[in-house]
Design a protein around this ligand. Sequence first.
Ligand SMILES: Cc1ncc(COP(=O)(O)O)c(C=O)c1O
Length: 368
Amino acid sequence: MELPQARDLSLVPTYTPGKSEARVKAEYGLETVIKLASNENPLGCSPRALQAVRQQISASFRYPDHSSDALREGLASRHGLPMDHFIVTAGLEEMINCISRAYLLPGEESLIPEVSFIKYIISVRLTNSLPVFIPMKDMGIDLEAMKQHITEQTKIIWLANPNNPTGRYIPEEELLDFLSRVPSRTLVVLDEAYIDFSDAQDFPKRTDRLFEQFPNVIVLRTFSKAYGLADFRIGYAIGLPELLQPVLKVREIFSVSSLSETAACGALQDSEFLSHYQQLVKQEKFRLYEAFDELKTLGVSYLMTQANFIYIETPMKSRELFAALQARGVIIRPAGLKGIRVTIGLPEENDAFVQALTQVLREDRSQG
Ligand SMILES: Cc1ncc(COP(=O)(O)O)c(C=O)c1O
């Protein structure tokens, strides 16, 4: 019997999400499992957001406002920009897909750092356009190499700042210099999913206004990370309305639920919750650096981060280390062949991770 043939998707990479805590508990017979794999907020989300959601829930039987006006008003006042400079999607994953669908023609090129967020490649491949991978420089994004790869065919440049999974960042001066050398026909997507954790003096400031100087830039932000709303699926883009409208046109009409919009509006009001989490990340990242420094003798190295996760390399293969940690109840994310990415969690979670990592590396050394 001849069945319908799907199109050839062999070039589209598969995103493999980590197993849930419940599944790992059941599989390994563990009582406690710590998830440090997806850069979620370990404190949960803002109490204000939750309260707003509880109030909204009984009204959640109608279709949502498809343009998320309440949230866009909130964002407009937060950023001091007109409302039409914002669009909202079901997380940045949807935004990235929609940008690719709205802008890329088959055969056009996208420049993507070799070590970065996999969704860029997935979305580009789905449009039958071409990803051009730009080698990293000391695990950072090499803007000079990017510049050299710009051709007549370059339609989008994807930049995550801070970058995932390395946690490294592009300083302001370098970014501005680069943008001034990108032709205006090329769209630059500046993905700032982790911006709320950046504390470097030279981290780019007021990127929400970049479009004034560089009209071909769209900036992306999400409520999934610092705001703890990953499950609500909500993110936004900032840019010129002319550039954002095509993206909205290819988005699902009702993709953002009113509950998600309400949660995001509540979270935006709760600066206390946000700064509490930012403090936690800052404090714990330095504690983790110290712990990793002590593990140097076991071959551990790491990159300083501007995000809520840390990229670590060890003598073990990343898949093996991932499996050994998971068997001990700590879920992290493999990143490439040699690296892992670990989310900065609560103090006790970070301690448990360091303890498990130490045990696994000691055992590996004694066996090998
Ligand atoms: C750099 C980057 N951009 C975007 C996303 C997607 O975020 P969202 O949860 O808003 O879809 C992630 C999630 O891990 C990310 O790391």
